[in-house]
Structures are given as C-alpha cells and as structure tokens.
Write a protein that binds this ligand. Sequence first.
Ligand SMILES: [Zn+2]
Ligand SMILES: [Zn+2]
Length: 179
Amino acid sequence: MLSHVEITARVELSQAAHFGWSNKVEFSHDCFVCRRTGRTVTLHHGASHGLCHSSRQPLEWQDEQAGTGSHPAPIRITGFDVAGGATGKTLRCRVSFWWSPFTDLQRPQAQVGELGAGPWARLHYRVGCHACRDAGEADWFNGEQSLQTNTVLPVVRPCTRCGTDLVTMPGAPEITLVG
Ligand SMILES: [Zn+2]
Ligand SMILES: [Zn+2]
C-alpha cells in the first residue's frame, strides 16, 4: 500500500543568517525491501527513489549487494514546501513510500510499522553569515549543516567563524502519518 508521512520543521533566523533548506532529508524507516526495522533512508527532493542504508545489513543482503551496504528503496519526497521570511523558515516535507508488513530478519520480535517504533528525521540546510560577509570575509558561507529530531532543544547554531548566532531550532521536527 502507498503510505505518506509529513515532516515539519521550523527554524528561527537571526539577521545575520543567510539560510536555505537543502533538498536532502534522512528518515528512519522500517524497510520491507531488506526486511529490517529502523533503517536510515536518504532522500533527495526530485529523485525518483530513496536509498536505504545501514551498517546493520542482514548477511543475505550483504552477499547479494557485494557489501555495498545500501539499496534503492520505493520511497521518495513528493512534497517540499518552504514558507517564511527573514526571521524564520518552515519546511513541510511529504514522504511517500510503498509499504507492506514484514518480519524483521534479525529481530523477529521487533514491532514493524509505517512510522516505525521511534521515528526520526535529519534535515539538511546551507547557511552563511552576513556579519562575516559584511566584514569582507571570503569564507562567510558556513556550508551544509543538519538538524535532527532526537537532539537536545533548543538547538542554536552560531557562525563557525565569528560566533554570531545564525539558526535556532526551538522544537523538534514533527513526523506524522498522513492520509
Ligand atoms: Zn532497506
Ligand atoms: Zn560570521
């Protein structure tokens, strides 16, 4: 059956922040393809499928895949809405996937579900610092960083160069199963 999950995250931005969500999202997933619970799938907005990977591969699968540790999975981003302005940005990301109940190959007692036992997500973004830019620093861009659900809140991310606060995540991203 086709299932949908919505991940919603909000960040507050300081005046110095130059911010943009990246198109990359990582998501916990009970994967019926490799029949393992709590896998991490990497998703890119615009990609036609996701990539399931983990070091906890079942041996059978490792043999088949010659130890690559990952496989294509029928899961992808079908909605990617960014809202907000200079003081804050919200990302609402819809993830759609084909799913079917299964038994975990290594932990047969594990509870299996469309959302998994402890759903989490890691959202990527790129950030730059206007304070550094205005000071004429060539490397004012901080590059790609990430925020995730299972973290100590609030998360405050200062500029890696000058220490000015740039990004604050006041609350954990919400992950909900939607119809
Ligand atoms: Zn998998
Ligand atoms: Zn700075």
